[in-house]
Design a protein around this ligand. Structure first.
Ligand SMILES: CC(C)(COP(=O)(O)OP(=O)(O)OC[C@H]1O[C@@H](n2cnc3c(N)ncnc32)[C@H](O)[C@@H]1OP(=O)(O)O)[C@@H](O)C(=O)NCCC(=O)NCCS
Length: 405
């Protein structure tokens, strides 16, 4: 028996990979589904060699797609490798092929220099490979009569045009940069999304300037909005809500639901009109993260940690910290408002032990240090807790559905 891990080198091999993956997910292999997978493996961030496959005696029996992304935590942007379409042929399950594929992908992604990896996983599988849940599913639901109380104002409504994409991208990037965890969307990715956002609506000022946009559709009797883009100004956000409510009313439904981080300015604006917030934390599944290259991860962490220290205006001088993880050690020193990497742990007074997966949870705001401290693999000296609370505040880390894979 011969086995090798490689990538599809011919159209026929790619078709076989797509077929195996489709069957693995227990979906019927229809031309539409095949076309969807073809589009997936060719989206921005995917390269032919990123579709990894495991061949046994020439037959493709397992696969995984690596998706290149930039993952942003405020001012820190990491080179990130996403993994999707992890699949083993249904006839070959529970023989360690999925494990072989995952271990190969981890080695490959680490060698390629990615700092972190993210995936949207099934329950109780990916923790075996160092991933920890670090994102949540959050939404805000309003009744249509309540939302109709929002002031529509004088903004005009219209369709999203392809030439609106740069303006929409700028608005989106501005609000996303202040959210706990987001993917950076390239111009190419906005272009890729455009067909999906065909029915999106926009709001414009009198001069034609785009100030907001949303994409809504009716699902299960609710008007569901999975993407909003808005200037973070109260009159614009009221108008956005009012126009979504009107669209929901026209569609004949009684509720509207926004899937977004509850830290998004629009989510913070809505409670005035009556809203029900929901945050779901899937158990050992869903959005999961892990660190791949600790040194590059540590270096890129500094801008955001510095920003958090500055925003908190803490009493100076601040104590140094060592974050000791299973992948490496990070010495943090604080010089005025600047956070520095310190190489010599000897000079560092407080040592925090936290494994890399838990560090991801702290960074995204998924869990707080008070909550984690004392769990297996996490110890934090009491004296370090005030600073750790500032460095890692608990927030609502939700990733837009349009960015998932
Ligand atoms: C998930 C999947 C890829 C696993 O493939 P596999 O080749 O059977 O996995 P392995 O034999 O390498 O199993 C590795 C470990 O995971 C466990 N495992 C296997 N399938 C699992 C599952 N569906 N859920 C949880 N654990 C699972 C195994 O028991 C084994 O545990 P161990 O190492 O502690 O003994 C395969 O079941 C599949 O293709 N499922 C359908 C597609 C899918 O859901 N993909 C994941 C999308 S996020």
């Amino acid at each position: 028996m011969t086995s090798e891990i490689t990538f599809p080198q011919t159209e026929a091999e790619l078709a076989e990979t797509v077929r195996m993956t489709t069957l693995a997910f227990r979906r019927q292999v229809t031309p539409e589904l095949m076309a969807g997978f073809w589009a997936d493996v060719r989206r921005p961030g995917c390269r032919p060699e990123h579709q990894r496959i495991l061949k046994v005696d020439g037959r493709i029996v397992a696969g995984a797609l690596i998706v290149e992304k930039e993952l942003r935590f405020g001012g820190s942007v990491f080179r990130c490798a996403g993994i999707g379409d992890v699949a083993t042929d249904p006839d070959c399950r529970l023989r360690g092929l999925g494990r072989q594929m995952m271990e190969h992908c981890l080695e490959y992604m680490t060698d390629q220099g990615y700092a972190v990896s993210v995936l949207f996983g099934i329950t109780d599988y990916y923790h075996k490979f160092g991933y920890r849940p670090a994102g949540c599913e959050s939404s805000l639901t309003l009744t249509v009569p309540d939302a109709l109380h929002a002031e529509a104002g004088a903004l005009s409504v219209g369709p999203l045009r392809r030439d609106d994409l740069p303006a929409a991208a700028r608005l989106h990037a501005r609000t996303d940069a202040a959210l706990p965890m987001t993917f950076v969307r390239s111009t190419a990715y906005w272009q890729h999304l455009f067909p999906r956002f065909r029915t999106a609506r926009t709001l414009r000022e009198g001069g034609g300037k785009l100030v907001a946009a949303w994409h809504g559709e009716v699902a299960d009797g609710v008007y569901v909005v999975r993407q909003v883009v808005s200037q973070p100004k109260a009159p614009v956000m009221s108008s956005l809500l009012a126009h979504c409510a009107r669209a929901a009313k026209r569609a004949g439904v009684e509720k509207l639901r926004f899937h977004l981080s509850l830290d998004h300015p629009f989510a913070r604006h809505c409670p005035e009109y009556g809203a029900e917030a929901s945050v779901r934390y899937p158990r050992n599944s869903g959005c999961m993260l892990r660190v791949l290259n600790f040194r590059s991860f540590a270096r890129k962490l500094l801008p955001e940690l510095s920003a958090r220290v500055v925003a908190a205006s803490l009493e100076k001088p601040l104590p140094s910290l060592t974050l000791a993880t299973d992948l490496g050690q990070l010495g943090l020193g604080f010089d005025g408002d600047t956070t520095l990497l310190e190489d010599s742990p000897a000079s560092i007074s407080s040592r925090v032990r936290v494994d890399q997966g838990r560090l991801c949870q702290l960074l995204s705001g998924y869990r707080s240090i008070d909550d984690l401290s004392g769990l297996p693999g996490v110890t934090a000296p009491t004296a370090a807790l005030p600073l750790l609370r500032v460095l890692f505040p608990q927030r609502c880390p939700y990733l837009w559905q349009a960015d998932r894979f």
